[in-house]
Design a protein around this ligand. Structure first.
Ligand code: AMP
Ligand code: MG
Length: 403
């Protein structure tokens, strides 16, 4: 079977991924979730014209001649704090002492700030002129009644939580977090509690995948390690199918003990397998059993990491109903010339920097599917397109941001 391109593979996968159900959560639990409804304002915010300053509400026309040397004196007819309704109507020659956020009294068309005045009992000397509507915040300037203030599919950030409260929402509908089973495979893989000896290594992929799943919004379910035989793989995959999605690592290549594909086939997997024209991470088995999507990721740590970011993260986010499925990308200037063979899209671990208004990207020195250190020292994945063999220093390249 020939390889397909990364974007095509992503498209084929996403066509098979369905948006899951929703759940209602309190505003205090909503941070980091994906919104499943439009949030619509039921009234204006602010509800009425109000003062942007501590000062005096008055008629702008009354104080057109005011200067520090020729102040205009007005009678104070009311003291008004935020949260109270004015009782008096302002007429020419009058002012209302007003606090930030208090409603503008009828008759007044401007607010002069306290710093430009001097109070003397029930009178105030105004030492500067003001424009009509100066220091007045319009009713609805933040939010209009009927306006959609947060769109379905948004990632809920702190400002969204604030806006939910502005419009009085104590709970909202969000996408349910998919449960994602993680199955590591390999006779050489040991868990962190196991005594490590000889040619064995720790199950770093299992823990890294759990972290990636969490950061994508899913709930990881760690199923441990399957040994390289079909019986063990099939038994563990059977358990895994209780989750909404399954992610395995290792055993999908062409080695004698790469039995993941064969085991899944025996279990009735609808085969949508391909090799993807990418590096790291060429082998990738994707399919479904009983509508549960199963990703057989490659075993090399960087391949597993990069494949997850390209295919699994967008799938988890689609399940939750997110609008933005993949990481955001930036254009950055390459700090050194790089080479590769044509035929595969490369993802290079790289460090993006913003300095003096310029964005530059530096591929980390060591690259390799088994060199996880390169990814640890990176904040992005530099995309080296399939057909290219060279990208010279100074070229604008695309970098997928990992942060
Ligand atoms: P495989 O695809 O099973 O041939 O694995 C490719 C390479 O990745 C081998 O060197 C494995 O030892 C390594 N590998 C596989 N699974 C894991 C894992 N869970 N954690 C760390 N390395 C792994
Ligand atoms: Mg293996």
């Amino acid at each position: 079977m020939s390889s397909i391109k990364v974007d095509e593979a992503r498209k084929v996968i996403l066509e098979k991924i369905e948006v899951q159900g929703t759940e209602k959560v309190s505003i205090n639990e909503a941070l980091g979730r994906i919104l499943s409804e439009d949030i619509v304002a039921r009234r204006n915010n602010p509800p009425m014209d109000n003062s942007a300053m501590d000062g005096y509400a008055l008629i702008a026309n009354d104080i057109q001649s005011a200067t520090p040397d020729t102040p205009v004196t007005l009678d104070i007819i009311e003291d008004l704090a935020a949260g109270y309704t004015p009782e008096m109507v302002v007429k020419s020659g009058q002012a209302v002492r007003i606090m930030t956020g208090a409603p503008i009294p009828e008759g007044a068309d401007s607010v002069i700030m306290q710093e430009d005045t001097e109070r003397d009992g029930n009178r105030v000397q105004v030492k500067d002129k003001a424009e009509t509507r100066e220091n007045i915040r319009d009713a609805g300037e933040d939010v209009r009644e009927g306006e959609t203030v947060i769109k379905k599919g948004a990632d809920l950030l702190p400002a969204h939580i604030g806006m939910m409260a502005v419009v009085g929402r104590s709970s909202v509908l969000v996408g349910r977090r998919p449960s994602v089973a993680i199955l590591s495979t390999g006779d050489e893989i040991m868990d962190l509690d196991d005594p490590l000896s000889g040619p064995c290594i720790y199950n770093s992929n299992g823990y890294m995948l759990a972290a990636q799943i969490k950061s994508a919004g899913g709930t990881p379910s760690y199923l441990g390690i399957a040994r390289d035989n079909e019986e063990d793989l099939m038994e563990k995959f059977k358990w895994a199918l209780q989750c909404d999605m399954v992610v395995s690592s290792g055993g999908v290549s062409v080695g004698d003990y790469d039995l993941v594909k064969a085991s899944l086939k025996k279990m009735g997997q609808e085969m949508l397998f391909w090799k993807v024209a990418m590096k790291p991470g060429k082998p990738l088995a994707f399919g479904r059993i009983d509508d549960v999507p199963i990703f057989g990721l490659p075993g090399n740590p960087v391949s597993s990491f990069v494949s997850f970011e390209q295919f699994v993260r967008p799938s988890i986010r689609k399940m939750m109903g997110a609008t933005q499925l993949s990481h955001r990308s930036v254009q950055a200037k390459l700090t050194r010339t790089i080479h590769k063979k044509a035929g595969r899209q490369h993802f290079l671990s790289a460090y993006v920097q913003w300095e003096n208004g310029a964005c530059t990207v530096n591929p980390t020195q060591e690259q390799g599917s088994g060199i996880l250190k390169s990814t640890v020292n990176a904040n992005g994945l530099l995309i080296f397109p399939l057909e290219l063999t060279e990208m010279t220093e100074g070229t604008e390249v695309t970098v997928q941001l990992l942060e």
